[in-house]
Design a binder for this molecule. Structure first.
Ligand code: FA5
Length: 341
C-alpha cells in the first residue's frame, strides 16, 4: 500500500510538472484530486489494511494528497499568471488610437417635418387623432361622395384586399369616421396624420406616403378661415415670407374645392428647378366640406359648415429641404438621414 502511495505521488508530481496550459493542469487536478481521482481511489483500499495499521495509512494518504494539492496549486497559479501576462501583451492598448464612435439615432426628416406640422396645428387649437390604414370602400370612397364606378375613383387607384376592403388612398375617410362618431360632436378641429397607399411610383409619387388631414366643422366656417389657417401653417413650416395661393380644383367631398400652392421657399418665388420655374409649389388639396358628406355622416348642413384639407408630408419635406426625388426617403441610406440630424 505504501509503495502504491509513493508511486502515485511520484506520478502526480511528474504529470503536474509536464502541464503547461491551464487546461492541462486542470486535467491533472481532476485525475488525481477529483472525487473519483487517484487519491480517492486509494482510500477505497484502506478496508483491506489490517485494523491497527489503518489510522497510520489513512494519515499517510491524506498527507500525500495535501502535498499533491499544494504542488498542483502552485503550478496552476504559475500557469494562470503566465497566461494572463500573454493575454495582456497581445491586447496592448494604443492610447493614441482614435476612440470608437458611438452612433446615436436621429429622427427621419419625414418625422421631423410631420412633428413640426402637427405642432403648428396643435398651437392653433387642433387635436390629433389617427385612424385605420386598411379601410372599407364605404369610408374611403362612398361616404365621401365617390360612389362605386364614379370616374373620380381613377384619381386614386389603390391596392384592394377584397372588393370592399382597400389600403386607404388618403386620410379623408377619417373625416367621415370622426363626423359619425358618437364620442364627438361639432365644433370639431382635428388633424389626422397617417400612411396612405396608391398605385403610383415615380420621383414625386410614391406607392406609400403620408398625409395629414385637417377637418374643422362648426357654424359659419368659410374659405377665409381655411386660408388664414393655411397661411399660418405655411409661415410656420417654411418661412415668414411664404405666400399661399388657392387654385380652383375638384374633389367630390368638398365644394368648392381648391389646390393650394405655396411660394417656392428655395427661390423665394423667382422660379427655380424645384418649382419648375413657376415660383409656386402645390402642397395640398382642400375645400369646404360638401353638404352631401355632412348628410352622409349624420350632420345637418343647415346648421354646420366646415373645411377640410389633405397635405402630403413627403411633398412638404421635399420643398422645405430642396429634395428632388421622393424615393430617397425610403432607401434607408444612413448618409441621407444624417444630413437632417
Ligand atoms: C387628396 O388625397 C384629398 N384627400 C385631399 C383633400 C382632403 C382634399 C380634404 C379636400 C379636402 P390629392 O390626391 O391631391 O388629394 O393628394 C393630396 C396631397 O397628397 C397632394 O397634394 C400631394 O402632396 C400628396 N400626394 C398625392 N399623391 C402622392 C403620391 N403618390 N406620393 C406622394 N405624395 C402624394
Amino acid at each position: 500500500m505504501k509503495q502504491k502511495l509513493a508511486k502515485l505521488s511520484e506520478q502526480c508530481l511528474a504529470d503536474s510538472k509536464k502541464a503547461v496550459t491551464s487546461e492541462q493542469i486542470n486535467a491533472v487536478k481532476i485525475k488525481y484530486l477529483g472525487r473519483n481521482g487517484a487519491f480517492s481511489d486509494l482510500m477505497k483500499y484502506l478496508k483491506d489494511v489490517p485494523k491497527e495499521e489503518k489510522p497510520e495509512m489513512g494519515k499517510l494518504i491524506n498527507d500525500a494528497r495535501v502535498e499533491a494539492e499544494t504542488v498542483i496549486g502552485e503550478i496552476e497559479r504559475d500557469i494562470l499568471k503566465k497566461e494572463k501576462e500573454a493575454r495582456l501583451a497581445a491586447e496592448k492598448i494604443d492610447v493614441t488610437l482614435p476612440g470608437k464612435e458611438v452612433k446615436t439615432g436621429g429622427l427621419h426628416p419625414l418625422t421631423i417635418v410631420r412633428n413640426q406640422i402637427l405642432d403648428t396645428f396643435i398651437s392653433m387649437g387642433f387635436e390629433v387623432v389617427e385612424g385605420p390604414e386598411i379601410e372599407t370602400d364605404e369610408f374611403c370612397f362612398q361616404k365621401l361622395n365617390i360612389p362605386k364606378d364614379h370616374p373620380a375613383r381613377d384619381m386614386q387607384d389603390t391596392f384592394y384586399i377584397t372588393d370592399n376592403i382597400v389600403l386607404r388612398t388618403h386620410t379623408s375617410p377619417m373625416q367621415a369616421r370622426v363626423m359619425e362618431s358618437k364620442d364627438r360632436k361639432p365644433p370639431l378641429r382635428l388633424v389626422i396624420p397617417g400612411k396612405v397607399y396608391r398605385s403610383d411610383d415615380d420621383a414625386t409619387h410614391s406607392p406609400m406616403f403620408q398625409q395629414i388631414e385637417g377637418l374643422v366643422i362648426d357654424k359659419k366656417i368659410s374659405l377665409c378661415d381655411l386660408k388664414g389657417t393655411l397661411e399660418e401653417f405655411a409661415k410656420s413650416v417654411f418661412s415668414k415670407e411664404t405666400k399661399v395661393r388657392f387654385r380652383p380644383s375638384y374633389f367630390p367631398f368638398t365644394e368648392p374645392s381648391v389646390e393650394v400652392d405655396v411660394s417656392c421657399s428655395i427661390c423665394g418665388g423667382k422660379g427655380c428647378r424645384i418649382c419648375k420655374g413657376t415660383g409656386w409649389i402645390e402642397i395640398l388639396g382642400a375645400g369646404i366640406v360638401n353638404p352631401q358628406v355632412l348628410i352622409n355622416c349624420g350632420l345637418d348642413p343647415k346648421e354646420y359648415t366646415g373645411y377640410a384639407f389633405g397635405l402630403g408630408i413627403e411633398r412638404v419635406t421635399m420643398i422645405k429641404y430642396g429634395i428632388p426625388d421622393m424615393r430617397i426617403f425610403f432607401e434607408n441610406d444612413e448618409r441621407f438621414i444624417k444630413l437632417y440630424k
